[in-house]
Design a protein around this ligand. Structure first.
Ligand code: 4AD
Ligand code: MG
Length: 464
């Protein structure tokens, strides 16, 4: 019996001499004059394919092997041999080839030709078979593993926060409503929609962040993290925004802002190091084909400290820069992507943690500084992608928090449980949110966030 192994395993020199069964999809077939064929076979276990040498003696050589086309699925039994060819350690000499499914070359679009990423988005069901999307899937998997490894090793508890919620954590009103009411026959009471007849007896939404529920658990169990899908109905058609994205949110009792920054920096460096160690072939590919600077940038980041800079100083740097920006810079205004990019790409040339933002542009839950003007917010900015992490120390003083809610037009009644955390055994605590797709964009150099999630949800697009 031959062992069923992956092509990634069969490509290693240790596999030489083994009798194996490989199963995958044909990338190319080339017939040699000597009466045999070379088949490049890929199964997604690694970027590289394996070369299968199919001798003319195979019983189905004329009927099957010689007609194999790109995209067909086959099984190959054979022996792993040392490859005489350059750039590959091994190849497989086939003793039997089984055809599972053909792919008509007249209609199968993934032939040798390279397609644009825009086109590949229209065939999201086939794009995982390309080199780029296979590599992204493997890197994404590696990042997720690294996230769990990091927090588990640090003693954090993994908590599942709800997807359906009644509270708007970010207070930005960018929520998708969840309802079972019939949109063409909405029940009304005193002229308004009667949500008491809705499934949850109140307006409810898809979550924009698991933070508020994360705080509940941190204020009981110490250090926790939540990691799941989040939803934002912001109608921004940019290369960095999705309507559905994944966010990792650690929340820590007894952490102040500097502790939060230290954790964020160690966390990012750990993810980058793991991806360089575990996905070298995929990362080489991104460095060759997508962005020639990714490897050097990542190695540089791992080896150096992030800059930590108050928002006010950033505004001074930007104003003094003499740089022409599309959006003007002034104290109190949110920084735009162009400003963030100037700081990380031109001025500091490394990741920057900006902190102490104006209180008027940040959500109600952030701790107010004594200056009365700023809050203990922090954003981690990286070259090209901009904001990758957003977080803060949380306001733990009941009176200040209630005032802040008033300032931002929020009804404290709806947040009674959140306020209870400040009524009973309140503690300083902090946390942050890392956008998974933004990290993957940064790691791979991919320009558009729609290409680093398997099935992107953006305005007007939810087909696959
Ligand atoms: O800065 P944000 O809005 O922070 C929060 O939601 C906090 N409640 C997190 C916390 O403190 N627990 O979002 C956090 C990160 C951003 O820095 C960004 O990386 C990502 O989530 N993000 C998005 N990614 C893709 N598409 C979008 N529309 C995103 N909005 C935010
Ligand atoms: Mg943010």
């Amino acid at each position: 019996m031959s062992d069923k192994i992956t092509i990634a395993e069969a490509r290693k020199p240790e596999a030489i001499g083994r009798d194996v069964l490989l199963q995958g999809w044909v990338r190319t077939r080339r017939d040699s004059k000597g009466g045999f064929s070379f088949i490049e076979l890929n199964d997604g276990s690694s970027m590289g394919s394996i070369q299968v040498v199919a001798p003319g003696e195979l019983e189905n050589y004329e009927s099957v092997v010689k007609h194999l086309t790109a995209g067909s699925s086959i099984g190959v039994r054979g022996k792993v041999k040392e490859s005489p060819g350059k750039g590959q350690a091994t190849e497989v000499e086939a003793q039997a080839v089984t055809l599972y499914g053909t792919a008509d070359p007249e209609t199968y679009v993934l032939q040798k030709k390279r397609h644009s990423f825009e086109f590949l988005r229209t065939i999201a069901h086939l794009r995982p078979r390309t080199n780029t999307f296979g590599a992204i899937a493997r890197v994404r998997n590696c990042v997720c593993r690294s996230i769990h490894d990091f927090f588990q090793e640090e003693g954090f508890l993994y908590i599942h926060t709800p997807i359906i919620t009644a509270s708007d954590c970010e207070g930005a009103g960018e929520m998708f409503q969840v309802t079972t009411l019939k949109l063409d026959d909405v029940p009304k009471k005193e002229g308004k929609v009667d949500f008491e007849q809705d499934f949850f007896d109140r307006p409810s939404y898809l979550t924009v962040s698991g933070q508020l529920e994360g705080e509940i658990f941190a204020c009981a169990l110490g250090k926790i993290y939540t990691f799941g899908p989040t939803f934002r109905a912001e109608n921004s058609n940019t290369s960095r925004h999705l309507a559905e994205f994944w966010m990792v949110e650690p929340e820590m009792a007894f952490y102040e802002l500097p502790d939060n920054m230290d954790l964020a920096e160690r966390f990012l460096k750990r993810i980058f190091r793991d991806v360089l160690d575990r996905c070298p072939e995929d990362m080489e590919f991104f460095n060759d084909r997508i962005d020639k600077t990714v490897l050097e940038t990542l190695q540089g980041i791992i080896a150096s400290d992030f800059i930590r800079l108050p928002y006010t100083d950033a505004v001074d740097i930007l104003t003094a820069s003499g740089q022409k920006f599309e959006f003007p810079v002034s104290w109190g205004a949110d920084l735009q992507a162009e400003h963030e990019r100037f700081l990380t790409e031109q001025h500091f040339k490394c990741p920057v943690i900006l902190y102490d933002y104006p209180r008027t542009i940040k959500p109600f839950y952030m701790k107010c500084n004594d200056d009365g003007k700023t809050v203990r917010a922090m954003d981690v900015l990286v070259p090209k992608v901009g904001e990758i992490i957003g977080g803060s120390q949380r306001e733990e003083r009941l009176d200040v928090l209630t005032d802040r809610m008033g300032e931002q037009g929020l009804e404290p009644e709806g947040y009674w449980w959140y306020l209870d955390l400040r009524r009973y055994g309140t503690v300083p605590h902090s946390g942050f949110g890392l956008g998974l797709e933004r990290v993957i964009q940064f790691l791979t150099g991919m320009g558009n966030i729609r290409d680093v999630i398997p099935f992107p949800r953006t305005p007007g697009s939810a087909e696959f």
